[in-house]
Design a protein around this ligand. Structure first.
Ligand SMILES: NC(=O)c1ccc[n+]([C@@H]2O[C@H](COP(=O)([O-])OP(=O)(O)OC[C@H]3O[C@@H](n4cnc5c(N)ncnc54)[C@H](O)[C@@H]3O)[C@@H](O)[C@H]2O)c1
Length: 274
């Protein structure tokens, strides 16, 4: 289905990342992937030793997981979406290597107001915390897409997909305050870009809302087992699995599809419940 197609996959932290399941499905269906991981880039300035250690360990985990799951030959690059220069370096590398993309997966989120599964009330969130979460988790969809366009790296009729959560529009039974606003922005950006880029050159932009999942680092930092079990009980089909997510993203990545501007639920039907 994806023979001859290449996709940029962001947001892999390790084997359990949702993005890894999508990357594996692409490869299994004959496509190629270029994977980006958060790490120290030459554009980072004044990093503390602690921050450097964290980023180096994050990148080492990412690289080892990609090579193990997707093959030694898979191209891996550093990407910190908060640094325009880091995005530019990624684009320059792709250009130098003559890589043209047929789409990209946005699987990036960060919210420092959630620590050890404890979520700050919105009234206590600072402007800086609000903007940082928005920057990493939502604006990055615009920033990376613009850079890929500026470097002419995306083929016409490419497909872009991001991952959201039901909390973008409904208050969830577990707290998810600041990041829910960024997810709402991510979804609105999806719709605006679908119009803007669809008319430009047929680029499709979609977003999928996925079930709570504790396997990943982000999920494990945010959710409890009770949260996941409660969602499974509420959902008519139980929670969707990462494989279910990958299957549907693959469909959105299919060449010549006509779906765009959609906020799709892959959540076992959770969203229909009152
Ligand atoms: N786990 C869940 O329950 C769940 C449910 C619905 C949606 N999602 C969404 O799915 C996506 C992937 O999350 P996941 O659960 O696989 O967790 P994950 O921890 O595996 O992935 C999050 C990724 O974001 C990356 N990231 C954070 N800041 C970054 C930055 N500045 N630049 C580049 N990358 C950065 C991390 O390195 C990591 O790879 C996220 O958007 C998340 O909100 C997750």
């Amino acid at each position: 289905m994806l023979k001859g197609k290449t996709f940029l996959i962001t947001g892999i932290a390790d084997e359990q990342s949702l993005a890894m399941y999508v990357a594996k499905a692409i490869v299994e269906n004959g496509g190629k992937v270029v994977c980006t991981g958060l790490g120290v880039s030459k554009h980072h300035e004044n990093l503390s030793d602690k921050a450097k250690g964290f980023l180096n360990a994050t990148y080492a985990d990412f690289e080892a997981s990609v090579k193990k799951e997707l093959g030694q030959e898979t191209l891996t690059c550093v990407l910190d979406v908060t640094l325009p220069e880091s995005i530019q370096s990624l684009c320059e590398e792709l250009k130098t290597k003559n890589i043209q993309l047929d789409g990209w997966l946005h699987a990036i989120a960060m919210d420092k107001t959630i620590r050890g599964k404890v979520v700050k009330p919105l009234m206590e969130v600072s402007l800086q915390e609000f903007c940082e979460t928005m920057d990493v988790s939502a604006f990055s969809l615009i920033r990376v897409t613009k850079a890929l366009f500026d470097f002419d790296l995306l083929e016409p009729k490419s497909s872009i997909c991001s991952i959201s959560y039901i909390a973008a529009s409904k208050v969830t039974f577990h707290p998810y305050r600041n990041i829910s606003i960024a997810k709402a922005a991510l979804e609105r950006i999806t719709i605006e870009l679908a119009d803007e880029l669809g008319r430009k050159n047929g680029t499709r932009v979609n977003c999928v809302r996925f079930s709570p999942y504790m396997g990943s680092k982000a999920g494990n930092a945010t959710l409890t087992e009770q949260d996941v079990n409660t969602a499974a009980k509420i959902s008519p089909l139980g929670n969707a699995s990462p494989e279910d997510l990958a299957y549907d993203v693959l469909n959105l990545f299919r060449p010549n599809g006509k779906i765009t501007g959609e906020i799709r639920h892959i959540d076992g039907g959770y969203h229909i419940m009152g």
